[in-house]
Design a protein around this ligand. Structure first.
Ligand SMILES: Cc1cc2nc3c(=O)[nH]c(=O)nc-3n(C[C@H](O)[C@H](O)[C@H](O)COP(=O)(O)O)c2cc1C
Ligand code: SF4
Ligand code: SF4
Length: 379
Protein backbone atom coordinates (compact mmCIF):
# COMPACT_ATOMS: atom_id res chain seq x y z
CA UNK A 1 0.00 0.00 0.00
CA UNK A 2 1.20 3.50 -0.80
CA UNK A 3 1.96 5.83 2.07
CA UNK A 4 0.07 9.11 2.35
CA UNK A 5 2.87 11.24 0.96
CA UNK A 6 3.35 9.01 -2.05
CA UNK A 7 -0.39 9.00 -2.63
CA UNK A 8 -1.21 12.70 -2.27
CA UNK A 9 2.11 14.54 -1.96
CA UNK A 10 0.54 17.04 0.42
CA UNK A 11 2.43 18.85 3.17
CA UNK A 12 0.98 21.54 5.42
CA UNK A 13 2.95 23.19 8.20
CA UNK A 14 5.70 20.58 7.72
CA UNK A 15 3.30 17.68 8.32
CA UNK A 16 2.19 15.12 5.77
CA UNK A 17 -1.54 15.43 5.16
CA UNK A 18 -2.94 11.91 5.14
CA UNK A 19 -5.98 12.66 2.99
CA UNK A 20 -7.15 15.80 1.13
CA UNK A 21 -10.34 16.00 3.22
CA UNK A 22 -10.56 18.74 5.87
CA UNK A 23 -13.07 19.96 8.41
CA UNK A 24 -14.01 23.65 8.13
CA UNK A 25 -14.80 25.62 11.24
CA UNK A 26 -18.21 26.19 12.75
CA UNK A 27 -18.19 28.55 15.70
CA UNK A 28 -19.41 26.95 18.90
CA UNK A 29 -19.31 23.48 17.28
CA UNK A 30 -15.97 22.49 15.73
CA UNK A 31 -13.51 22.08 18.60
CA UNK A 32 -10.80 19.51 19.35
CA UNK A 33 -13.30 16.93 20.57
CA UNK A 34 -15.31 17.26 17.33
CA UNK A 35 -12.13 16.71 15.33
CA UNK A 36 -10.92 13.74 17.38
CA UNK A 37 -14.21 11.92 16.74
CA UNK A 38 -13.46 12.19 13.01
CA UNK A 39 -9.67 11.96 13.00
CA UNK A 40 -9.43 8.68 11.08
CA UNK A 41 -10.98 10.16 7.95
CA UNK A 42 -9.50 13.64 7.68
CA UNK A 43 -6.12 15.15 6.90
CA UNK A 44 -6.63 18.62 8.36
CA UNK A 45 -9.09 20.51 10.52
CA UNK A 46 -9.72 24.15 11.32
CA UNK A 47 -11.20 24.46 14.78
CA UNK A 48 -13.11 27.58 15.77
CA UNK A 49 -13.79 30.30 14.96
CA UNK A 50 -12.30 31.75 18.08
CA UNK A 51 -12.51 35.42 19.06
CA UNK A 52 -9.07 36.67 20.08
CA UNK A 53 -9.49 40.26 21.27
CA UNK A 54 -11.93 42.18 23.47
CA UNK A 55 -14.13 43.55 20.64
CA UNK A 56 -14.54 40.14 18.96
CA UNK A 57 -15.09 38.35 22.30
CA UNK A 58 -17.86 40.87 23.06
CA UNK A 59 -19.24 40.31 19.55
CA UNK A 60 -19.28 36.54 20.18
CA UNK A 61 -21.22 37.10 23.43
CA UNK A 62 -23.71 39.32 21.61
CA UNK A 63 -24.23 36.74 18.85
CA UNK A 64 -24.64 33.89 21.34
CA UNK A 65 -27.07 35.96 23.44
CA UNK A 66 -29.37 36.33 20.44
CA UNK A 67 -29.79 32.55 20.62
CA UNK A 68 -29.65 31.81 16.87
CA UNK A 69 -26.00 30.79 16.67
CA UNK A 70 -23.54 29.11 18.97
CA UNK A 71 -20.18 30.65 19.82
CA UNK A 72 -17.14 29.61 21.86
CA UNK A 73 -17.18 31.89 24.88
CA UNK A 74 -14.29 32.54 27.33
CA UNK A 75 -12.35 35.46 28.71
CA UNK A 76 -8.84 34.15 28.09
CA UNK A 77 -8.31 33.15 24.44
CA UNK A 78 -4.80 31.82 25.02
CA UNK A 79 -5.93 29.48 27.79
CA UNK A 80 -8.97 28.36 25.78
CA UNK A 81 -6.99 27.75 22.60
CA UNK A 82 -4.09 26.14 24.45
CA UNK A 83 -6.38 23.45 25.89
CA UNK A 84 -7.78 22.66 22.44
CA UNK A 85 -4.39 22.57 20.74
CA UNK A 86 -3.08 20.26 23.44
CA UNK A 87 -5.89 17.78 22.72
CA UNK A 88 -5.04 17.71 19.02
CA UNK A 89 -1.35 17.05 19.52
CA UNK A 90 -0.46 13.58 18.16
CA UNK A 91 -3.91 13.22 16.57
CA UNK A 92 -2.41 12.68 13.10
CA UNK A 93 -4.56 15.58 11.84
CA UNK A 94 -2.93 18.82 10.71
CA UNK A 95 -4.46 21.39 13.06
CA UNK A 96 -5.53 24.89 12.15
CA UNK A 97 -7.18 27.53 14.33
CA UNK A 98 -9.75 29.82 12.74
CA UNK A 99 -9.40 33.21 14.38
CA UNK A 100 -11.47 36.37 14.59
CA UNK A 101 -9.51 39.44 15.51
CA UNK A 102 -9.52 43.11 14.59
CA UNK A 103 -5.81 43.96 14.46
CA UNK A 104 -2.46 42.43 13.46
CA UNK A 105 -1.43 42.55 17.14
CA UNK A 106 -4.36 40.36 18.18
CA UNK A 107 -3.17 37.66 15.76
CA UNK A 108 0.53 37.93 16.56
CA UNK A 109 -0.21 37.55 20.29
CA UNK A 110 -1.71 34.14 19.50
CA UNK A 111 1.22 33.23 17.23
CA UNK A 112 3.63 34.20 20.02
CA UNK A 113 1.83 31.77 22.32
CA UNK A 114 1.66 28.75 20.01
CA UNK A 115 4.45 29.23 17.47
CA UNK A 116 4.54 26.81 14.58
CA UNK A 117 2.38 24.21 16.29
CA UNK A 118 -0.75 25.08 14.29
CA UNK A 119 -1.87 26.77 11.09
CA UNK A 120 -3.26 30.26 11.71
CA UNK A 121 -6.42 30.82 9.73
CA UNK A 122 -7.65 34.39 9.47
CA UNK A 123 -11.43 34.36 9.46
CA UNK A 124 -12.29 36.83 6.70
CA UNK A 125 -15.54 34.97 6.18
CA UNK A 126 -17.92 35.58 9.10
CA UNK A 127 -20.85 37.77 8.11
CA UNK A 128 -22.44 38.23 11.53
CA UNK A 129 -22.95 41.98 11.98
CA UNK A 130 -21.37 42.27 15.48
CA UNK A 131 -18.23 40.49 14.23
CA UNK A 132 -17.95 42.78 11.19
CA UNK A 133 -18.47 45.80 13.47
CA UNK A 134 -15.55 44.51 15.58
CA UNK A 135 -13.34 44.72 12.48
CA UNK A 136 -13.17 40.96 11.86
CA UNK A 137 -14.65 38.39 9.48
CA UNK A 138 -16.09 39.84 6.31
CA UNK A 139 -14.76 43.29 7.28
CA UNK A 140 -11.46 42.07 5.87
CA UNK A 141 -12.92 41.26 2.46
CA UNK A 142 -14.10 44.88 2.17
CA UNK A 143 -10.79 46.18 3.56
CA UNK A 144 -8.11 44.07 1.88
CA UNK A 145 -5.35 46.38 3.09
CA UNK A 146 -6.19 45.44 6.68
CA UNK A 147 -6.21 41.74 5.74
CA UNK A 148 -2.83 42.02 4.07
CA UNK A 149 -1.46 43.69 7.20
CA UNK A 150 -2.64 40.77 9.36
CA UNK A 151 -1.13 38.18 6.99
CA UNK A 152 2.18 40.03 6.85
CA UNK A 153 2.33 40.34 10.64
CA UNK A 154 1.69 36.61 11.06
CA UNK A 155 4.26 35.72 8.40
CA UNK A 156 6.81 37.84 10.25
CA UNK A 157 6.37 35.27 13.05
CA UNK A 158 7.32 32.44 10.65
CA UNK A 159 4.07 30.56 10.94
CA UNK A 160 1.81 28.95 8.34
CA UNK A 161 -1.09 31.19 7.38
CA UNK A 162 -4.43 30.33 5.83
CA UNK A 163 -7.07 32.89 4.90
CA UNK A 164 -10.70 31.84 4.87
CA UNK A 165 -12.64 33.84 2.32
CA UNK A 166 -16.07 33.82 0.78
CA UNK A 167 -16.13 34.52 -2.96
CA UNK A 168 -18.19 37.32 -4.45
CA UNK A 169 -17.75 39.73 -1.53
CA UNK A 170 -14.44 41.47 -2.16
CA UNK A 171 -15.30 42.73 -5.65
CA UNK A 172 -12.38 40.99 -7.35
CA UNK A 173 -11.47 37.58 -5.95
CA UNK A 174 -8.53 37.10 -8.31
CA UNK A 175 -7.00 40.39 -7.26
CA UNK A 176 -7.54 39.46 -3.62
CA UNK A 177 -5.88 36.06 -4.18
CA UNK A 178 -2.85 37.73 -5.74
CA UNK A 179 -2.64 40.29 -2.93
CA UNK A 180 -2.70 37.48 -0.34
CA UNK A 181 -0.04 35.59 -2.27
CA UNK A 182 2.06 38.77 -2.31
CA UNK A 183 1.55 39.16 1.45
CA UNK A 184 2.96 35.68 2.02
CA UNK A 185 -0.17 33.63 2.77
CA UNK A 186 0.29 29.88 2.36
CA UNK A 187 -3.29 28.66 2.03
CA UNK A 188 -6.47 30.11 0.61
CA UNK A 189 -9.54 28.43 2.09
CA UNK A 190 -12.32 29.35 -0.30
CA UNK A 191 -16.03 29.20 0.41
CA UNK A 192 -17.32 29.13 -3.16
CA UNK A 193 -20.95 29.77 -2.19
CA UNK A 194 -22.98 29.13 -5.39
CA UNK A 195 -20.15 30.16 -7.73
CA UNK A 196 -18.97 26.65 -8.59
CA UNK A 197 -15.79 25.35 -10.12
CA UNK A 198 -15.33 28.09 -12.75
CA UNK A 199 -14.62 30.58 -9.95
CA UNK A 200 -12.18 28.14 -8.35
CA UNK A 201 -10.35 27.81 -11.68
CA UNK A 202 -10.00 31.60 -11.91
CA UNK A 203 -8.39 31.67 -8.47
CA UNK A 204 -6.13 28.70 -9.34
CA UNK A 205 -5.04 30.59 -12.45
CA UNK A 206 -4.14 33.67 -10.38
CA UNK A 207 -1.83 32.34 -7.71
CA UNK A 208 0.18 29.30 -6.63
CA UNK A 209 -1.22 29.12 -3.08
CA UNK A 210 -2.52 25.88 -1.68
CA UNK A 211 -6.30 25.94 -2.25
CA UNK A 212 -8.94 24.38 -0.05
CA UNK A 213 -12.33 24.35 -1.75
CA UNK A 214 -15.37 24.62 0.47
CA UNK A 215 -19.16 24.70 0.27
CA UNK A 216 -21.60 21.92 -0.37
CA UNK A 217 -19.02 19.15 -0.74
CA UNK A 218 -21.18 16.21 0.16
CA UNK A 219 -20.15 13.53 -2.34
CA UNK A 220 -17.24 12.28 -4.40
CA UNK A 221 -18.41 13.81 -7.72
CA UNK A 222 -18.42 17.30 -6.26
CA UNK A 223 -15.10 16.64 -4.55
CA UNK A 224 -13.48 15.56 -7.83
CA UNK A 225 -14.99 18.55 -9.60
CA UNK A 226 -13.20 20.81 -7.13
CA UNK A 227 -9.95 18.86 -7.32
CA UNK A 228 -9.98 18.90 -11.13
CA UNK A 229 -10.41 22.69 -11.18
CA UNK A 230 -7.50 23.54 -8.92
CA UNK A 231 -8.24 22.51 -5.35
CA UNK A 232 -5.56 20.75 -3.30
CA UNK A 233 -8.02 19.78 -0.58
CA UNK A 234 -11.73 20.08 0.03
CA UNK A 235 -13.34 20.98 3.34
CA UNK A 236 -16.70 20.26 4.90
CA UNK A 237 -18.57 22.03 7.65
CA UNK A 238 -22.31 21.32 7.81
CA UNK A 239 -21.99 17.79 6.48
CA UNK A 240 -18.82 16.83 8.31
CA UNK A 241 -20.35 13.67 9.75
CA UNK A 242 -18.22 10.54 10.10
CA UNK A 243 -20.02 8.69 7.29
CA UNK A 244 -19.54 11.44 4.69
CA UNK A 245 -15.90 12.05 5.64
CA UNK A 246 -15.09 8.33 5.61
CA UNK A 247 -16.72 7.92 2.18
CA UNK A 248 -14.77 10.80 0.65
CA UNK A 249 -11.49 9.62 2.18
CA UNK A 250 -11.96 6.07 0.88
CA UNK A 251 -13.04 7.21 -2.59
CA UNK A 252 -10.20 9.68 -3.13
CA UNK A 253 -7.63 7.18 -1.83
CA UNK A 254 -8.88 4.58 -4.32
CA UNK A 255 -8.90 7.15 -7.11
CA UNK A 256 -5.33 8.24 -6.30
CA UNK A 257 -4.09 4.64 -6.25
CA UNK A 258 -5.76 3.86 -9.59
CA UNK A 259 -5.00 7.09 -11.45
CA UNK A 260 -1.70 8.30 -10.00
CA UNK A 261 -2.74 11.98 -9.62
CA UNK A 262 -5.59 12.61 -7.18
CA UNK A 263 -6.28 16.20 -8.27
CA UNK A 264 -5.42 15.98 -11.94
CA UNK A 265 -6.93 18.85 -13.95
CA UNK A 266 -9.20 18.47 -16.94
CA UNK A 267 -7.49 19.12 -20.29
CA UNK A 268 -7.33 22.87 -20.99
CA UNK A 269 -9.79 22.60 -23.91
CA UNK A 270 -12.25 20.84 -21.61
CA UNK A 271 -12.26 23.65 -19.07
CA UNK A 272 -9.13 22.71 -17.13
CA UNK A 273 -7.08 25.16 -15.07
CA UNK A 274 -3.56 26.35 -15.75
CA UNK A 275 -2.02 23.10 -14.39
CA UNK A 276 -3.42 21.45 -17.55
CA UNK A 277 -0.52 22.92 -19.54
CA UNK A 278 1.15 19.65 -18.57
CA UNK A 279 -1.22 17.84 -21.01
CA UNK A 280 -1.14 20.47 -23.77
CA UNK A 281 0.16 19.95 -27.32
CA UNK A 282 2.77 21.93 -29.17
CA UNK A 283 1.25 25.30 -30.04
CA UNK A 284 0.47 24.50 -33.67
CA UNK A 285 -3.23 25.31 -34.00
CA UNK A 286 -5.90 27.76 -32.88
CA UNK A 287 -7.11 26.32 -29.58
CA UNK A 288 -7.53 27.45 -25.95
CA UNK A 289 -3.77 27.09 -25.39
CA UNK A 290 -2.99 30.33 -27.25
CA UNK A 291 -5.23 32.63 -25.17
CA UNK A 292 -4.04 30.84 -22.02
CA UNK A 293 -0.42 31.61 -22.91
CA UNK A 294 -1.37 35.20 -23.65
CA UNK A 295 -3.02 35.53 -20.23
CA UNK A 296 0.13 34.40 -18.45
CA UNK A 297 2.31 36.56 -20.71
CA UNK A 298 4.27 33.68 -22.20
CA UNK A 299 5.30 33.39 -25.87
CA UNK A 300 4.83 30.13 -27.80
CA UNK A 301 8.60 29.74 -27.97
CA UNK A 302 9.01 30.18 -24.21
CA UNK A 303 6.25 27.63 -23.62
CA UNK A 304 7.93 25.05 -25.85
CA UNK A 305 11.30 25.66 -24.21
CA UNK A 306 9.79 25.53 -20.72
CA UNK A 307 8.24 22.12 -21.32
CA UNK A 308 11.22 20.62 -23.10
CA UNK A 309 13.58 21.81 -20.35
CA UNK A 310 11.28 20.46 -17.65
CA UNK A 311 11.14 16.90 -19.07
CA UNK A 312 14.82 16.64 -19.94
CA UNK A 313 16.25 13.43 -18.49
CA UNK A 314 12.84 12.17 -17.31
CA UNK A 315 10.73 9.33 -18.77
CA UNK A 316 8.46 11.98 -20.34
CA UNK A 317 11.21 13.12 -22.70
CA UNK A 318 10.87 10.05 -24.91
CA UNK A 319 8.04 9.24 -27.33
CA UNK A 320 9.24 9.41 -30.94
CA UNK A 321 6.02 7.79 -32.17
CA UNK A 322 3.68 10.27 -30.47
CA UNK A 323 2.15 13.31 -32.26
CA UNK A 324 4.92 15.73 -31.26
CA UNK A 325 7.83 13.36 -30.65
CA UNK A 326 7.72 13.44 -26.84
CA UNK A 327 5.36 12.42 -24.05
CA UNK A 328 5.79 16.00 -22.79
CA UNK A 329 2.98 16.97 -25.19
CA UNK A 330 0.76 13.97 -24.61
CA UNK A 331 -2.79 13.93 -23.29
CA UNK A 332 -4.32 12.70 -20.08
CA UNK A 333 -4.81 8.96 -19.73
CA UNK A 334 -8.58 9.51 -19.74
CA UNK A 335 -8.23 10.49 -23.47
CA UNK A 336 -7.76 7.19 -25.28
CA UNK A 337 -4.66 7.08 -27.51
CA UNK A 338 -2.99 4.06 -29.04
CA UNK A 339 0.28 5.86 -29.80
CA UNK A 340 0.83 7.13 -26.28
CA UNK A 341 -0.15 3.79 -24.78
CA UNK A 342 2.24 1.90 -27.09
CA UNK A 343 5.04 4.24 -26.03
CA UNK A 344 4.21 3.74 -22.35
CA UNK A 345 4.16 -0.05 -22.85
CA UNK A 346 7.49 -0.13 -24.66
CA UNK A 347 9.06 2.15 -22.00
CA UNK A 348 7.54 -0.02 -19.24
CA UNK A 349 5.83 3.04 -17.78
CA UNK A 350 2.45 2.32 -16.17
CA UNK A 351 -0.38 4.78 -16.78
CA UNK A 352 -0.30 5.60 -13.09
CA UNK A 353 3.41 6.40 -13.22
CA UNK A 354 2.82 8.46 -16.40
CA UNK A 355 0.24 10.56 -14.55
CA UNK A 356 2.54 10.89 -11.55
CA UNK A 357 5.24 12.23 -13.88
CA UNK A 358 2.72 14.59 -15.48
CA UNK A 359 1.98 15.91 -12.00
CA UNK A 360 5.68 16.56 -11.42
CA UNK A 361 5.84 18.32 -14.78
CA UNK A 362 2.82 20.42 -13.81
CA UNK A 363 4.47 21.41 -10.50
CA UNK A 364 7.57 22.54 -12.39
CA UNK A 365 5.49 24.50 -14.89
CA UNK A 366 3.55 26.20 -12.08
CA UNK A 367 6.78 27.26 -10.41
CA UNK A 368 7.83 28.94 -13.65
CA UNK A 369 4.42 30.48 -14.41
CA UNK A 370 4.15 31.95 -10.89
CA UNK A 371 7.75 32.96 -10.66
CA UNK A 372 7.25 36.64 -9.89
CA UNK A 373 5.56 37.24 -6.54
CA UNK A 374 3.40 40.39 -6.87
CA UNK A 375 3.64 43.15 -4.32
CA UNK A 376 0.48 42.85 -2.19
CA UNK A 377 -0.54 46.36 -3.17
CA UNK A 378 -0.35 45.62 -6.91
CA UNK A 379 -2.79 42.70 -6.65
C1 LIG B 1 -23.00 27.16 12.21
C2 LIG B 1 -21.85 27.61 11.36
C3 LIG B 1 -20.81 28.29 11.94
C4 LIG B 1 -19.73 28.71 11.15
N1 LIG B 1 -18.67 29.34 11.74
C5 LIG B 1 -17.59 29.69 11.01
C6 LIG B 1 -16.45 30.29 11.62
O1 LIG B 1 -16.41 30.51 12.81
N2 LIG B 1 -15.41 30.63 10.82
C7 LIG B 1 -15.41 30.39 9.47
O2 LIG B 1 -14.43 30.71 8.78
N3 LIG B 1 -16.47 29.81 8.88
C8 LIG B 1 -17.55 29.44 9.61
N4 LIG B 1 -18.61 28.82 9.00
C9 LIG B 1 -18.56 28.55 7.54
C10 LIG B 1 -18.18 27.12 7.24
O3 LIG B 1 -16.84 26.86 7.66
C11 LIG B 1 -18.30 26.83 5.74
O4 LIG B 1 -17.50 27.76 5.05
C12 LIG B 1 -19.72 26.93 5.21
O5 LIG B 1 -20.64 26.32 6.11
C13 LIG B 1 -19.85 26.26 3.84
O6 LIG B 1 -19.35 24.94 3.86
P1 LIG B 1 -20.30 23.63 4.01
O7 LIG B 1 -21.22 23.66 2.82
O8 LIG B 1 -19.39 22.45 4.01
O9 LIG B 1 -21.07 23.77 5.29
C14 LIG B 1 -19.71 28.43 9.76
C15 LIG B 1 -20.77 27.75 9.19
C16 LIG B 1 -21.84 27.31 9.97
C17 LIG B 1 -22.96 26.57 9.32
S1 SF4 C 1 -2.95 22.42 -26.89
FE1 SF4 C 1 -4.08 20.50 -27.16
S2 SF4 C 1 -4.76 19.92 -25.11
FE2 SF4 C 1 -4.15 22.07 -25.02
S3 SF4 C 1 -6.00 23.24 -25.38
FE3 SF4 C 1 -5.06 22.95 -27.37
S4 SF4 C 1 -5.97 21.11 -28.21
FE4 SF4 C 1 -6.42 21.13 -26.01
S1 SF4 D 1 0.11 10.77 -29.30
FE1 SF4 D 1 -1.92 10.58 -28.44
S2 SF4 D 1 -1.71 11.27 -26.33
FE2 SF4 D 1 0.08 11.98 -27.44
S3 SF4 D 1 -0.48 14.06 -28.14
FE3 SF4 D 1 -1.00 12.61 -29.78
S4 SF4 D 1 -3.18 12.15 -29.41
FE4 SF4 D 1 -2.39 13.04 -27.49
Amino acid sequence: MMDAFERFGLIINDHVVKTPVAIASMAGIVDARYVLERKNHIGAAFIGGYAIDRPTMDAAKEIAARGERKEFLYDDPIAALGAEIELLRDSGVVAGINLRGGSPEAFTAIADAFGDEVVYEVDAHCRQAPMIAAGAGEYYLKNPGALVAVVKALKAKNVTVSVKIRVGVSGDDQKLARALWGAGADILHVDLMDAGSAKLRQIRNSCPLMLIANNGITGFDRMREMLSHGADLVSLARQSDVGTLAGLDAAISRFADDEGWYNSPKQLCRGGDIRALTFCCMPVKECPLLPALKRIGMSKEEYVRMKMDAVKGTPLEAGPNTCFGSLAWCCKTSSPCMFRDMTLASDKLSKREYMRRKRELSDTLMTRVFHDVPSPESG
